[in-house]
Design a protein around this ligand. Structure first.
Ligand code: MN
Ligand code: FE
Length: 348
């Protein structure tokens, strides 16, 4: 790969000179303005409008509920711990891939502005799980080692990480079709699969407790994380489409087929995870409904990537789309800013 872009050119930069990737050697990479990719700048503003910190959220009721021996069944405690265990390290994996791989290769300043914001948000998300685990006095060793000790979690993390090695290769050339395809596959693996599919059965499970006013502080944080992740994913999928639009030669039928298979296999891994780690018959959830939901979510990702839908499943949890729906998300930001200023908590 070429050197990470820190190039300062001698000529004035116009918006038209800018590219989303592979600016090195031709265009200055340090000038945010003139902005060409307004969508990337808007994602940055949306992320900032949603700022929050874990320790602002009270865990008092969660601690009382968790300590109460009748507060949760064994099955519920198992599911909750698996969900924390998955997220506790997945957030770090995403952050590391972002900083060590994506940031190095994406050299457009507007996109990098958002990547910097996203990287901080991943740190906040890891912080949230550290704060939750500590507040509930859970076994830190068990929680933070779960990604290598529970097979279904290991398999998911391994799947996303498998497409990091190729792009850390110093010989990767993103100006070649093959090199750029490798990079796009990494973006699909992290934005489309890890943040876009693997996170969602955990979100559904935890937010189901929140709907019953159980673990309210934890679920408030999970809801903030879901808002953030929804922006991460939407930015990532738009970034992928922008790269493809400027480099259409990479989007061959063979490569499209490869991406479809890549996502379909991830859906299978998520089904296995739901079977092994998530509830059957608690909270009105069961593995069949979760599988249907995962397929529904995956179809949305295919659509965004301009690929054919694969499953045609309905959304079994319409209340989730109310939380995620982009328009409501905007409303949420407005509400959130007010709440941020008054220090109020989310109402369930
Ligand atoms: Mn995150
Ligand atoms: Fe994220």
């Amino acid at each position: 790969m070429s050197e990470p872009c820190m190039k300062m050119s001698k000529q004035r930069v116009t918006a038209d000179d800018k590219k989303i990737i592979n600016n090195d050697r031709t265009v200055d990479c340090n000038q945010l303005v003139p902005i060409k990719y307004k969508w990337a700048w808007n994602f940055y503003l949306d992320g900032c409008a949603n700022h929050w910190m874990p320790q602002e959220v009270s865990m008092q009721r969660d601690i009382e509920q968790w300590k109460n021996p009748d507060g949760f069944t064994d099955a519920e405690r198992h599911v909750i711990k698996r969900t924390f265990g998955f997220f506790a390290t997945a957030e770090t994996l995403v952050g590391n891939n972002l900083v060590l791989a994506v940031y190095k290769i994406i050299d457009n300043p507007e996109a990098r502005q958002y990547l910097l914001r996203q990287a901080f948000e991943e740190a906040i998300h890891v912080h949230a799980f550290q704060y939750i685990v500590q507040s509930l006095s859970l076994d830190e060793g068990e929680m933070f080692n779960m990604y290598r000790e529970v097979e279904a979690i290991y398999n998911k993390d391994e799947y996303a990480m498998s497409c990091t090695d190729g792009i850390l290769d110093p010989d990767l050339d993103t100006r070649s079709t093959e090199g750029l395809q490798k990079f796009i596959k990494n973006l699909v693996g992290f934005y489309g699969i890890t943040e876009g599919i693997f996170f969602y059965s955990g979100f559904v499970t935890m937010l189901s407790f929140g709907r019953q006013n159980r673990l309210p502080g934890t679920c408030e944080q999970i809801q903030y994380i879901l808002r953030d992740e929804s922006i991460h994913m939407n930015f990532g999928l738009q970034l992928i489409n922008a790269i493809i639009d400027e480099n259409p030669q990479v989007w061959t039928q063979a490569f499209k087929d490869e991406i479809v298979e890549f996502i379909r296999n991830a859906v299978e891994l998520e089904h296995k995870y739901a079977e092994e780690c998530l509830p059957d018959g608690i909270l009105g959830l069961n593995t069949d409904l979760l599988k249907e939901y995962i397929q529904y979510i995956a179809d949305r990702r295919f659509e965004r990537l301009r690929l054919p839908k694969q499953y045609g499943s309905d959304n079994p949890f319409p209340w989730m789309s109310e939380i995620i729906d982009l328009k409501k998300e905007k409303n949420f930001f407005e509400t959130r800013v007010t709440e941020y200023q008054t220090g109020g908590a989310l109402e369930w």
